[in-house]
Design a protein around this ligand. Structure first.
Ligand code: ADP
Length: 565
């Protein structure tokens, strides 16, 4: 801004605004002057006024002496030349700036970058070159866009910026998802004045997310995927993909996998497989609400209800209905298996069918919401911790004494003591809800992101109680994780996207299982629990080793940098 004002004043105004003052300093025309600008101005001012004074004196003297004015001495010629030169300089310096400020009033305003100057505002933040062939006022070029923005795209960008074309309608209007994302992105940069240069646009299948995963895309975020493993679980080895930006997490889980492998592997058992949805309905009286409760919980009615529910999908199978009353409001928690899908859509469709069916016998039932939070989705809730949601899994391993020492750099007694005081007592004191573990959510979230699960469901999916006990005469460690609400699927949602699908493929659970529907998602749930077991083992060991370093310096334990272990 300052640079621009100086240029205008200096009569060397350029049509463009540079990215910031620093950049402007590098190219300003005044750099060509031998003296700083203010000194040059002083010199020319002094020259101008002194020659004017000199010439006036000479003029008065000539009039007094009756000397003709056109007879000039050498010094008078020099004074006249100096007068003309300094006049031209001062006119150029002040006059052109003044004239231009009249012609372009906004150029002289302090706040030149007002709301309409989308392109200028972006350029203020953005040093990228202007694309070729675009209108002067649209000088943004995104390196992710093609080198030349087609003229018709430029028109649409302008239309979106001006609010004439809704951004959300681009995909349907253009019929080209990648192009729609590129146009939306460019319009967004202009309207916000912020550059998206670091957010990639290319290299993503925008058709794959349409109507399924993400609306109004402008690019995608890159998250590195690391591999922990092999995780030896139920006799099979798995390389576990983890998408994370938390350093040490993959390395730590990998160390846990190593300890499990060296001890003969882990075992997982799936206890339950049922996704839930709980609508809330209201009656005129609590008595009427209880009548529906008893109707729904009567085993004689279950067959009819499940017929209605199951008609929603080949894979939805109603398992149970559990009701809770709050006055005249009834919360109905439907649980059903959903094949290889995580199942939220499926269960919701089934519930809708049952609600319509119940309307015949209970016409006074007012369905307030298809979800009444007794489900409970993406919120910490005791109902999931106690009753389970999605897949309930217990996973265990016996870690040998020498492995605890060599791989985990600690001992069994320290681990058992730490688990009791931290994961059990400490969490109880903290009033934890399903949080009786060290960092289950770290592993759950990283696997969820890598395999296209809904990362928001890490809340209940990370419910976990970690148990540790000394076995085999106190020499070895029995460790287990019990996780009642692992919500995973291998079909639907983000699982079909290229990179997420590749991670599922790595685990051998990609897509729907044709032989045994539901077996892929169930296997994935056990892998999640196995990886959590590894993560718990490693972090707990690191903490225990840290305590030992403090209290037993003589052992001189190694660094906690597990990547070196
Ligand atoms: P969600 O219920 O997890 O939101 P979607 O409804 O998006 O999942 O995806 C499930 C879809 O996949 C359903 O239309 C279902 O009919 C289909 N599908 C095909 N094979 C299977 C399978 N083995 N298990 C579950 N769903 C399957």
């Amino acid at each position: 801004m300052e640079a621009r004002r100086r240029m205008i004043k200096g009569g060397v105004q350029q049509p463009q605004i540079h990215r910031n003052d620093k950049d402007s300093e590098a190219v300003k025309a005044t750099d060509a002057l031998p003296l700083p600008m203010y000194l040059t101005n002083i010199v020319f001012f002094c020259l101008f006024f002194s020659v004017v004074y000199y010439l006036l004196l000479r003029w008065r003297e000539k009039i007094r002496n009756s000397t003709p004015l056109h007879v000039v001495t050498l010094s008078e010629i020099a004074a006249i030349v100096t007068f003309i030169a300094s006049f031209i300089y001062l006119l150029g310096f002040f006059g052109i700036g003044f004239v231009q400020s009249l012609l372009i009033p906004r150029a002289s305003h302090e706040d030149i970058l007002d709301e309409d100057d989308f392109d200028l505002r972006v350029l203020k933040d953005d040093s990228r070159a202007a694309p070729c062939g675009v209108a002067d006022h649209c000088k943004i070029s995104d390196p992710q866009l093609s080198p030349c923005t087609p003229v018709e795209d430029e028109e649409i960008i302008k239309s979106v910026v001006e609010g004439k074309t809704p951004s959300y309608s681009l995909e349907s209007k253009l019929g080209d998802c990648r192009r729609a994302a590129a146009i939306r992105r460019e319009a967004l940069q202009r309207t916000t004045g912020k550059s998206l240069a670091g957010l990639p646009l290319e290299g993503f299948d925008y058709d794959a997310i349409l109507g399924q995963c993400c609306e109004m895309p402008v690019g995608y975020v890159q998250i590195p995927v690391g591999i922990a493993g092999p995780l030896l679980l139920d006799g099979r080895e798995y390389s576990v993909p983890m998408a994370t930006t938390e350093g040490c997490l993959v390395a730590s889980t990998n160390r846990g996998c190593k300890a499990i492998h060296a001890s003969g592997g882990a075992t997982a058992v799936l206890l339950r497989d049922a996704m839930t949805r709980a609508p809330v309905v209201r009656f005129g009286t609590a008595k009427r609400a209880t009548e529906l409760k008893f109707f729904l919980e009567d085993s004689h009615n279950f067959e009819d209800l499940s017929l209605v529910f199951n008609s929603s999908s080949r894979f939805a199978r109603l398992q149970s209905i559990k009701c809770a009353i709050a006055g005249k409001n009834l919360y109905i928690r439907f649980s059903c298996s959903t094949g290889d899908a995580m199942g939220m859509n499926m269960v919701s469709k089934g519930v809708q069918n049952v609600m319509d069916f119940l309307g015949n016998d209970f016409p006074d039932m007012d369905v307030i919401g298809i979800s009444g939070n007794y489900c409970s989705d993406k919120k910490p809730a005791a109902v999931n911790w106690i009753e389970g949601r999605g897949k309930s899994v217990v996973c265990e391993a016996i870690i040998k004494e020498e492995v605890v020492k060599k791989v985990l750099k600690t001992d069994v007694a320290s681990l058992v003591e730490l688990n009791m005081l931290k994961n059990l007592t400490g969490s109880a004191i903290a009033g934890a809800l399903g949080g009786f573990n060290a960092h289950a959510s770290n592993i759950v979230s990283a696997i969820y992101i890598a395999t296209g699960q809904d990362p928001a469901q890490n809340i209940e999916s990370s419910h976990c109680i970690t148990m540790m006990e000394a076995v085999n005469g106190g020499r070895d460690l029995h460790i287990s994780v019990t996780m009642p609400s692992i919500e995973v699927g291998t079909i639907g949602g983000g699982t079909q996207l290229g990179s997420q699908s590749a991670c599922l493929n790595l685990l051998g659970v990609k897509g729907a299982s044709k032989e045994a529907p539901g077996s892929n998602s169930r296997l994935l749930a056990t892998i999640v629990a196995g990886a959590v077991l590894a993560g718990e083992l490693s972090l707990m060991s690191a903490i225990a080793a840290g305590q030992l370093v403090k209290s037993h310096m003589k052992y001189n334990r190694s660094s906690k940098d597990v990547s070196k272990m």
